[in-house]
Design a protein around this ligand. Structure first.
Ligand code: GLU
Length: 324
C-alpha cells in the first residue's frame, strides 16, 4: 500500500478545511438592519432582531448585522437605494414614504417599500430644563430647541407639533438640528433649553438627560387635537413618570406618538424576510425580554400600524401562523 508522507497529509487536511471554510463563507448572506442613535431604542431593537436571526444562522445561513444611523428617514432612503436591507422606522414615516407626502412630496409614493412588522410604541418626548420654565409645548416660544437631525423621523413630528400650536419653527424659536444622541449633553451644558425625541420608553437618552445636575422636566404636548384629526398615523399617548425618577414631573406626561416598525424593500428575497419574521414571532417571549419597551408587544398588535404593503416573505409566515 502506498504510504503518504506527513506533509502531504497536512496539506490535504488544510486544503479540505480551506474549501469547507470557503463554502461556509459563500453560503452566508449578510443583511444589515438600519437603526438610530445608540442611546435610542432602535439600536437595541435592531440588536434584538439580529440576535434572534443569528441564533439559528447555521440552519439558514443568514447573518444579520446592525448599523447605527440617523434614524427613520435615513433608513427608508438607504433601504430603497439598496445600501441597507432592513430598517426600523416610525409608522408615520412609513405612511409618508408610501403615500408620497412630507419628505417624499416631490418624489411621490415610494412603491418598493415593504413592511415586515410593527414594534414598540414611540412617544414624541419634549425634554426641557426646569430653569427654562417650559411646562408645555406652548412655552417654547423664544427658546433654543433641538428638533432633530435631518434623516431622523422625529424632526417632522417636532415641526408638526409646533405648527399645530401656532409656533413657527423658523422664526419663533431658535431651532437646532443636532442628533438625539448629542441633545442630553447639550441640555446639561446649558447650550439648549429643550429637545424633542420621538422614542420608545424607557430610553437611554432620556435617562441621561434626566440624571444630570441641571434639573429637567418632560413637558406635555397638548392642544394638538386638529393635528391628530388630520394625521391618521398619530395617536394620543402618555409617558409613565415612574420610568424617569430623575425628572421633576409628578404626573404621567401627555403627548402623542406613533409606532416603531420594521421595513424592507421588494429587492429583498422572500426567504430572507420569511426567516427574520419567523425567528422573531416564534421566539416572541424571549424577544420581549430584550428591552422593557417591548413589554406590550403581541403577535396581533405587531401587525397593526403598517401602511406599506406587507412583504410576501412576511405574509407567508403570517398565513402559516394563522395571523392573516
Ligand atoms: N424615532 C427616532 C427617529 O427615527 C429614532 C428613535 C430610536 O432610535 O429609538 O427619528
Amino acid at each position: 500500500m502506498k504510504k503518504f508522507s506527513f506533509p502531504f497529509i497536512i496539506l490535504t487536511i488544510s486544503l479540505f478545511l480551506g474549501v469547507t471554510l470557503v463554502q461556509a463563507q459563500v453560503k452566508s448572506t449578510f443583511i444589515s438592519i438600519g437603526t438610530g442613535g445608540i442611546t435610542g431604542v432602535y439600536y437595541p431593537t435592531g440588536g434584538a432582531i439580529a440576535k434572534m436571526v443569528n441564533r439559528t444562522k447555521k440552519d439558514h445561513h443568514i447573518h444579520a448585522v446592525v448599523e447605527s444611523t440617523g434614524g427613520s428617514v435615513f433608513n427608508v432612503k438607504a433601504i430603497l437605494a439598496g445600501t441597507l436591507q432592513f430598517g426600523v422606522i416610525q409608522s408615520d414615516t412609513q405612511f409618508m414614504a408610501t403615500n408620497g407626502i412630507g419628505e417624499w412630496k416631490d418624489k411621490g409614493p415610494q412603491s418598493t417599500l415593504r413592511s415586515v412588522f410593527a414594534l414598540h410604541p414611540e412617544a414624541v418626548t419634549l425634554v426641557a430644563a426646569s430653569d427654562a420654565e417650559i411646562k408645555n409645548i406652548h412655552d417654547l416660544r423664544g427658546k433654543r430647541v433641538n428638533l432633530g437631525n435631518l434623516g431622523s423621523g422625529q424632526r417632522q413630528n417636532a415641526i408638526d407639533a409646533l405648527t399645530a400650536v401656532g409656533i413657527d419653527y423658523t422664526k419663533d424659536i431658535k431651532a437646532e438640528s443636532i442628533r438625539a444622541l448629542d441633545a442630553p449633553g447639550m441640555l446639561q451644558e446649558h447650550r439648549i433649553d429643550a429637545f424633542f425625541y420621538t422614542v420608545g420608553h424607557p430610553s437611554g437618552a432620556i435617562k441621561e438627560a434626566t440624571s444630570g445636575a441641571r434639573k429637567v422636566i418632560i413637558a406635555d404636548i397638548t392642544g394638538i387635537d386638529t393635528l391628530l384629526e388630520q394625521a391618521p398615523y398619530y395617536t394620543k399617548t402618555t409617558i409613565p413618570v415612574k420610568l424617569y425618577p430623575g425628572t421633576e414631573n409628578v404626573k404621567d406626561i401627555q403627548t402623542f406618538g406613533a409606532k416603531a416598525t420594521l421595513v424592507t424593500s421588494t429587492k429583498v428575497s422572500d426567504e430572507i424576510v420569511y426567516t427574520i419574521t419567523r425567528e422573531v414571532f416564534e421566539n416572541l417571549e424571549s424577544f420581549k425580554k430584550m428591552h422593557p419597551a417591548f413589554s406590550t408587544l403581541t403577535k396581533e398588535n405587531m401587525l397593526t400600524g403598517l401602511s406599506a404593503p406587507i412583504h410576501p416573505g412576511a405574509m407567508k409566515y403570517y398565513k402559516e401562523a394563522g395571523l392573516k
